[in-house]
Write a protein that binds this ligand. Structure first.
Ligand code: IPM
Ligand code: MG
Length: 326
């Protein structure tokens, strides 16, 4: 987070920053995932830049749900944008050179699906236990995410579901998909089941432009696409509501407790999330400048060791900041 803010300031962002501590220390002390006072400030912000959530000391799902999922749901940030762009060939795990022109976007539904926390456990802890997790899909929710995907696609929208096995939810997605597609005859369309989509993403990720999918499949496929461009340290995301303009921007990665605090974590995912944030706020040139600076730093090998470099976290922030005005 400090590196993302460093780069934003170096880029001349005319933004007022307010910092809030939301973390496991505080949760363990108070059992409040986000303190009420902080929440009331967060909902007023134009945009939220978010570090990461997760702590080995806190294994109850209420923490995650009370921090990240609460923000996504209560601010109705229904679009989760997860771009995957390969900035330097050497970061690709794929052997074939013609499979490296990766520049795709996953448009993940972010407020419904299996994430809503509906369901329960019956006869908990016994051998007769029944656990039910509901997959919630609404006409409005499915329609608006598919519409968003068409709005941003340049070439093609691929809709990913599992309608062959999950027939009720799948049928709704299929119907809304066909209806929305009809209104955008100029955009090519394709449908893939999620298992086939995973296979195609590894076989040839260059075939994809925009992928639209539900909450869980988007979560899973975006870890896969992160790996295709250099790993979890690099992948950014934006959780947005295009109508209210609210947004929360965060790297796709978690808190990496095994390496946190050692000065070696990769700040690029956070820096690129900051770039997505200023793009969303309307500062296209600044967003391009930050992305360009990241790209040239990566190409020059100015990166942390997970990407084959030798710089520390803050040295990468410095390197990107320095390249901003090149
Ligand atoms: C992500 C994360 C979250 C998710 C977790 C932390 C709840 O994996 O943003 O991809 O599943 O959405
Ligand atoms: Mg995830």
């Amino acid at each position: 987070m400090p590196e993302a803010i460093k780069v934003l300031k170096a880029a001349g962002a005319d933004l007022e920053f307010q910092e809030y501590d939301v973390n496991a220390d505080q949760y363990i002390r108070t059992r409040e995932p986000i303190p009420a006072q902080t929440w009331s400030e967060l909902v007023k912000a134009d945009s939220i830049l978010f570090g990461a959530v997760g702590d080995p000391r806190v294994d109850d799902a209420a923490y995650l749900a009370g921090v990240l999922l609460r923000l996504r749901f209560e601010l109705d940030l229904y679009v989760n944008l997860r771009p995957a762009k390969l900035y330097d060939d050497r970061l690709s795990p794929l052997r074939r050179e013609d499979r490296r022109g990766i520049d795709l976007l996953i448009v993940r539904e972010n407020t419904e699906g299996l994430y809503v926390g509906m369901g329960g456990r019956f006869k908990k802890g016994t051998q007769e236990e029944v656990a039910i997790q509901e997959d919630l899909n609404t006409h409005l929710g499915v329609t608006r995410i598919i519409e968003y995907a068409f709005g941003v696609a340049e070439r093609e929208v691929v809709m990913v579901d599992k309608a062959n096995a999950m027939t009720y939810a799948g049928a709704l997605w299929q119907e809304r998909w066909k209806a929305v597609a009809k209104q955008h005859p100029q955009v090519k369309t394709r449908h893939l089941y999620v298992d086939a989509a995973a296979m195609q993403l590894v076989r040839d990720p260059t075939q994809f432009d925009v992928i639209v999918t539900g909450n869980l499949f988007g979560d899973i496929l975006s870890d896969l696409t992160a790996e295709l461009i250099g790993g979890m340290g690099i992948a950014p995301s934006g959780n947005i509501n295009p109508a209210t303009k609210r947004g929360l921007f965060e790297p796709v990665h978690g808190t990496a407790p095994d390496i946190a605090g050692k000065g070696i974590v990769n700040p690029v995912g956070a820096i690129l999330s900051a770039s997505m944030m200023v793009r969303h706020l309307g500062h296209k040139e600044m967003a391009d400048a930050i992305e360009g600076a990241v790209e040239s730093a990566l190409r020059a090998g100015e990166c942390t060791r997970d990407l084959g470099g030798s710089l520390s976290t803050s040295e990468v922030g410095d390197a990107v900041a320095k390249r901003l005005h090149d």
